[in-house]
Design a binder for this molecule. Structure first.
Ligand code: ZN
Ligand code: ZN
Length: 349
């Protein structure tokens, strides 16, 4: 059964005859349209339509895999087309204001559904994995490049800009997110934005970055040493690396996200570091940088072939140091394909 038919069946089960898809990643997934913030997809009984505005006439015709309608505002077109047919909307994305306005235009309150398209996006098609593989290659190339650039005396923000520049020159649509560059005591902040701080010898620096290719994101973290670091910091690095390697080895179809997170947490606990592992082990990646499945104690998602996830244990000791190592990998029938290829042994620059 096609994705459209499967979705339509779920919509009917929910009591509706039409489905408005408005979350940008879902719009892109169902239509291929690369400006999904300015479009919606509508599933009607016999048609699937991308509605966008006149600015995108040529682009939508070229990119869309479904019928294109140019209409602004789309609410009016939809109300005129539906003629009272019951609509379902994506509750996780639509604002209350849009919902109320739409209810008035339609003359009924749309049925609210959740996670329908996201459920299909969990398992990637080969073409999607190919985009993710390419995004990971560009990320690896930027890492190789940045090793030539990083030296004591350089600012974090210079590293961040150079990573972005290199990825764009390699063909990335954009960065997956503003690259995280956190050096010295700032490395204890898991999401430290690159600042004007100057790197010094004897410190660790954490880089977390990725590239977007055809809408698909990569995500990788490496922690580097500038010159010689303390024995204590080396031991922290080794603990995180061992944990990360063991967690990746445990990724197989049928494993549960919570189990893998527990394994990593237990491994760090043996070294007295569990309290410093302040986030979950990993997340799914695709048209969004964070999507399902979740590898966390709070959820119990099952891993299946075709899923693309990160494994990213970290320890963060406030005021002192942080270490995180993150790879992007695809779950396969046999186990895993690690898409991130960059060196993981401690690199001393
Ligand atoms: Zn990351
Ligand atoms: Zn991540």
């Amino acid at each position: 059964m096609s994705v459209r038919d499967a979705l339509y069946e779920r919509v009917q089960e929910a009591g509706a005859e039409a489905f408005l898809v408005s979350a940008p990643a879902n719009v892109r997934y169902l239509s291929g349209f690369s400006s999904p913030e300015d479009g919606v997809v509508v599933l009607l009984p016999e048609r699937t339509i991308l509605i966008t505005d006149g600015r995108y006439l040529a682009q939508a015709d070229e990119e869309s895999t479904v019928e294109v309608v140019i209409a602004r505002p789309w609410q009016e077109w939809l109300a005129a087309t539906l003629q009272g047919v019951r609509l379902a909307v994506e509750a996780d994305h639509m604002t209350l204001a849009t919902y109320e306005q739409l209810s008035q235009e339609l003359g009924h309150c749309p049925v609210r559904v959740s996670g329908l398209v996201e459920g299909h996006r969990l398992i990637k098609y080969e073409v999607e994995i190919a985009h993710l593989r390419r995004a990971a290659e560009i990320t690896d190339a930027a890492f190789d490049h940045i090793l030539e650039v990083i030296r004591p005396g350089i600012q974090e923000v210079e590293i961040s800009l150079e990573l972005e520049r290199h990825m764009r020159l390699c063909g990335a649509d954009s960065s997956s997110f503003d690259p995280i560059v956190a050096s010295g005591p700032r490395s204890a902040m898991p999401h430290g934005r690159a600042s004007q701080r100057v790197l010094r010898t004897g410190e660790l620096v954490t880089l977390d970055f990725g590239a977007v290719v055809s809408g698909y994101h990569s995500d990788m973290t490496r922690t580097l040493a500038l010159g010689k670091i303390s024995a204590q910091h080396t031991a922290l690095y080794d603990a995180v690396l061992t944990t990360q390697t063991e967690a990746i080895a445990a990724v197989v179809p049928g494993a549960r996200g919570a189990e893998l997170d527990r394994l990593a947490r237990d491994r760090l606990a043996e070294q007295g570091l569990a309290e410093y592992f302040a986030h979950s082990l990993g997340h799914g990646v695709g048209l969004q940088i964070h999507e399902g499945p979740r590898l966390s104690q709070r959820f119990d998602d099952l891993l299946m072939p075709g899923m693309v996830i990160t494994i990213e244990p970290g320890v963060y000791i406030p005021g002192d140091v942080g270490v995180r190592i993150e790879d992007l990998l695809a779950v396969t029938q046999e186990g895993t394909e690690v898409l991130s290829k960059s060196e993981k042994g401690l690199i001393q620059l």
